[in-house]
Write a new protein. Sequence first.
Length: 159
Amino acid sequence: MQESSLAFLRLCRANIDDVQGLKIHDKERRLIAPVPEWIAQAAFVDESLSFGLFAGEQAVGLLTLIDPRLFESDKDREPFQIDCLYVWRVMVDRDHRGLGFGTQAIQFARGYAGLVGLKGVSLTTRDDEPGNALPLYKNLGFTPTGRRLEGEIELVWRA
């Protein structure tokens, strides 16, 4: 498996059509939101940033991050690790798996967290569903916090 380099481009009017064709396997529908739904939901969360993952000109995935410090109220910040960038959603197109793109997306999130002055990265996953990403996250150094958020296990990586 040769890892290809990715570009992380903030989603905008110029590239949103490029990510619309990203696909997941049918068995993952309970784990990953459909792209149009994902984009619509992220558009209404002002504290989120969404990026298209591009290998050359080809869109190969999506990543949405949340900086919990941007929420105005303590109540909105409550479910988050306040010192960690939250990976709200990440996905790699079904035809581009096994090339290291998911790992690169998490590495990008780690770098972005450091860039904006956060000490780590947190995320959640549906560990009760077959095909979940828990093994990947553990291999990347994430550890469970013991908390569950909306039925998902929370994991944290700190620098």
